[in-house]
Design a protein around this ligand. Structure first.
Ligand code: PMP
Length: 356
């Protein structure tokens, strides 16, 4: 039985990676010990961590003046860590209010005592306008892919800031599109959508933004991670191991350019269906549509719920929209095969036919 998992996260992982983990689980690298039990201080694990880091560097062309950190605490942890580390001088931060996760980020910064300015734009993605004074802020925080609303700042439509760092929350399209790391001061992403099981958060941060003199909790301080190769305390061993395998799979399968092409193609298939459907609708502006999280609805809560059941009876799982906005959502991460999208379109069509 093939089940297709459209969950927004934790989410589908590449089948060859799951198979590899299964094969290797009892004895990692012929050590006679499982990856679940080896010490993070062992050379065995240090090699895993360094390989994962190198793979990320290779895949994203991370320049040498950036650190790649393996943190815990998820995207939510970064909502606190980023201001604590970066809002050093002006203690003011600008946010582009593109949806739920941006709001969570500015609420966290605000409750930590930072000044926040929130740029809004009803119905479509906000951008700073010509009156935006960069000098007032330590950085601009952007949710690159809006997991719940299904919209994206694609690489050629990033907000333009010259003198302050752009901070990008890439939790839900990490390694799904080709962004230039140089456009950012900092990128963060929870691994549980496109890379690994939950428990790992990747932070890619430019050297000069790490302040060695910061007095903030060690667990949130980028300096602690940078100085000790993300091993000043026990790192999330298993998710880092899985991230190593997924990044290896990505490298073996054409890297991010190939994923972007495929993710674009998969989402276009679904958007094409939705655009001609008389029952299901997607209301995101075309050039802002996400490749990884496709939201849609019948505009009728009961009917949406009926579709979730109908799909689940056809082995299509987790199509319910986020509880904050309802509706339906299909997450099409790198590991979702084209066949999963074909089957989804087939089942959507069947459901639409039953509605006459
Ligand atoms: N940012 C984005 C864009 C997200 O989609 C999510 C989680 N869905 C978060 C942040 C929060 O991540 P976490 O649950 O890992 O704290």
């Amino acid at each position: 039985m093939t089940v297709y998992n459209f969950s927004a996260g934790p989410a589908v992982m590449p089948k060859p990676v799951i198979d590899h983990i299964q094969r290797e689980l009892p004895s990692f690298d012929d050590s006679g010990m499982s990856i679940l039990e080896i010490s993070h201080r062992s050379t065995l694990f240090e090699n895993v961590l360094n390989d994962a880091k190198q793979n990320i560097k290779d895949l994203m062309h991370v320049p040498d003046n950036y650190h790649i950190l393996f943190c815990q605490g998820g995207g939510t942890g970064q909502f606190a860590a980023v201001p604590l580390n970066l809002a050093n001088h002006r203690e003011n931060i600008a946010f582009l209010d593109s949806g739920h996760w941006n709001k969570k980020a500015y609420q966290e910064a605000e409750q930590l005592g930072y000044g926040i300015d929130v740029i809004k734009n009803d119905g479509q993605l906000p951008y700073p306008n010509e009156n935006f004074d960069e000098q007032l802020y330590d950085y601009l925080h952007v949710t690159i892919n809006n997991t719940i609303e299904g919209s994206t700042y694609h690489p050629n439509h990033l907000p333009n800031v010259k003198d302050i760092p752009l901070v990008g929350d890439m939790s839900s399209n990490f390694m799904a599109e080709q962004y230039d790391v140089n456009d950012f001061g900092l990128i963060f992403a929870g691994a549980q959508k496109n890379l690994a099981p939950a428990g790992l958060t990747i932070v890619i941060v430019r050297d000069d933004l790490i302040d060695p003199a910061k007095h903030i909790p060690t667990i949130l301080n980028y300096e602690s991670y940078a100085k000790k190769n993300s091993m000043f305390n026990t790192p999330p061993v298993f998710p880092i191991y899985a991230a190593k395998l997924t990044t290896q799979w990505l490298l073996d399968n054409g890297g991010i350019p190939a994923m972007e092409k495929q993710d674009h193609q998969k989402s276009a298939m679904l958007y094409d269906y939705l655009d001609q459907s008389k029952l299901f609708h997607n209301n995101v502006k075309k050039e802002e549509r996400s490749y990884t999280n496709i939201v849609f609805t019948t505009n009728d809560d009961d009917l949406d719920a009926q579709f979730v059941d109908f799909a689940s009876n056809h082995d299509l799982i987790s199509l319910k929209g986020h509880r904050s906005i309802g509706g339906l959502r299909a997450s099409l991460y790198n590991a979702m095969p084209v066949e999963g999208v074909e089957k989804l379109i087939d089942v959507l069509t069947k459901f639409e036919q039953t509605r006459g």
